[in-house]
Design a protein around this ligand. Structure first.
Ligand SMILES: Cc1cc2nc3c(=O)[nH]c(=O)nc-3n(C[C@H](O)[C@H](O)[C@H](O)COP(=O)(O)OP(=O)(O)OC[C@H]3O[C@@H](n4cnc5c(N)ncnc54)[C@H](O)[C@@H]3O)c2cc1C
Length: 403
């Protein structure tokens, strides 16, 4: 470690916490700034894919995460009696489905263990750059000087110029105790009607300090349906979902009020360059996509790992190395998300017809099952070019590439 920088990381989400932990462990002087007085995750469950778990291991949070999460071996979706989606993880490399609070907790602990002292209850409003440094402006004080600001403030970033395109569908999400059910505890199960209806059940393991196994459940809604969601009675919605997919009924019994359901809207877009002078954007502040491929948290974790590796170089080289390391992987996943999402969430009748009758049967012909596994696992391309930290057969943590 030859370079030591003063770095502000804004946002204690998946990307910000991982970046702060990795940069702190590399000996940088890291300040983490979060707007919540008591930092808390928003939402219910998500899947950390195998490449994301490689970053969790680098951060030192992989073991605690596995102790809380649920290993996923398969993602299986039906459209009527037809199998529309069937992806299996490689043996020994499962996806890890977690409650966001559990993921947040293990990353928060890793960040503290790396010697980073977070500043909470501070809302970042902007930055001020001089030739030699960058300062943060917040709702109370200015902070700095820093050598670099890492913007990890997510989809609503006040620092990022990204204008993402709103997607026509979102979803409502909730987490409930895992009920008596025939659904397996190691698979994401989904049901579709064309692309206008989608219901899902994801086992997410447990919350810190609570042994109860849980499920995340979700139900796709168009933007117009999300607009009227606040006035929709819970019972009407529950009856509709149970009629659509009776196996979901025991999960719905765990819901007693609307406030347990979180509406989410999705958007799509990426910055062409994540770096502007002494400001770098990571995670949702740099790129956004629907969660259909389950890659958003992974992308934030991979950005954090790539950035930490690049910052072992001089700052002016680090910008280019980080950009080059991530652009191919990111570009491909953003493109695949744009192609796949309308097959599952849109008002098209043609795309789901093709999905069920052409693409799904084709996807069962070798080598396509292995290709799908690589796509979902996050390693169809090297996720951080120039580094093989994610390869369990030959992990190389130190970057070899120079610009
Ligand atoms: C419903 C849903 C399901 C998803 N499922 C998956 C999945 O299965 N797998 C997957 O990989 N991804 C999934 N994602 C995507 C994933 O959640 C995001 O991509 C990921 O959380 C992005 O991480 P981040 O660190 O960039 O931002 P976030 O995790 O959003 O963190 C941003 C942080 O910045 C803080 N902040 C914001 N503004 C300010 C400010 N002005 N000042 C200070 N702090 C600020 C926030 O409080 C927050 O703590 C899903 C997303 C949604 C909405």
């Amino acid at each position: 470690m030859t370079h030591r920088y003063r770095i502000a990381v804004t946002g204690a989400g998946m990307g910000g916490l991982a970046a702060a932990a990795l940069l702190g462990r590399d000996g940088h002087d890291v300040t983490l700034v979060e707007r919540f007085a008591t930092p808390r995750p928003v939402g219910s469950g998500l899947v950390v894919q195998p490449v994301g778990m490689a970053v969790m291991d680098l951060v030192g949070a992989g073991g605690p995460a596995r102790a809380l999460g649920a290993n996923l071996s398969r993602m299986l979706g039906h459209s009527g009696a037809r199998v529309a989606l069937d992806v299996r993880y490689r043996a020994g490399q499962p996806g890890l489905a977690m409650h966001r609070a559990a993921l947040f907790d293990v990353l928060w602990q890793a960040m503290l263990a790396a010697g980073v002292s977070p500043l909470t209850d501070l809302t970042v409003t902007g930055t001020r750059q001089t030739p030699d440094a960058i300062h943060l402006t917040t709702n109370t004080d200015d902070l700095g000087p820093f050598d670099l600001v890492v913007d990890a403030t997510g989809a609503g970033s006040p620092l990022s110029p990204l204008q993402a395109r709103p997607l026509p569908f979102g979803a409502v999400w909730a987490h409930v105790p895992w009920p008596e059910t025939d659904l397996p505890t190691d698979q994401l199960r989904q049901r579709y009607r064309a692309a206008a209806r989608m219901a899902g059940v994801l086992p997410i393991g447990r919350l810190p300090g609570d042994p109860t196994p849980r499920a995340a459940i979700f139900w796709s809604l168009s933007a117009a349906e999300l607009d009227t969601w606040p006035t929709r009675p819970l019972d009407h919605w529950r009856d509709e979902v149970a009629a659509f997919w009776p196996a979901m009924a025991p999960f719905l019994a765990g819901l007693s009020e609307k406030a347990q359901l979180t509406p989410a809207r999705y958007s799509h877009g990426s910055l062409r360059r994540p770096w502007q002078g002494r400001l770098v954007h990571i995670g949702d502040a740099a790129h956004r996509a629907s969660p259909q491929l389950g890659q958003g948290a992974n992308m934030a974790l991979l950005d954090a790992a790539s950035l930490a590796l690049a910052l072992r170089l001089p700052l002016d080289e680090a910008a280019l190395v980080h950009h080059r390391a991530r652009r191919g992987h990111l570009g491909l996943y953003q493109a695949m998300s744009a192609v796949f999402t309308p097959q599952y969430q849109s008002s098209s009748r043609v795309l789901p017809w093709l999905r069920d009758r052409v693409l799904a049967p084709l996807s069962r012909i070798p080598p396509l099952p292995r290709v799908l596994t690589a796509i979902v696992s996050g390693d169809i391309l090297p996720p951080v070019a120039g580094s093989r930290f994610h390869d369990p057969a030959d992990p190389v943590v130190t970057r070899k590439e120079t610009p």
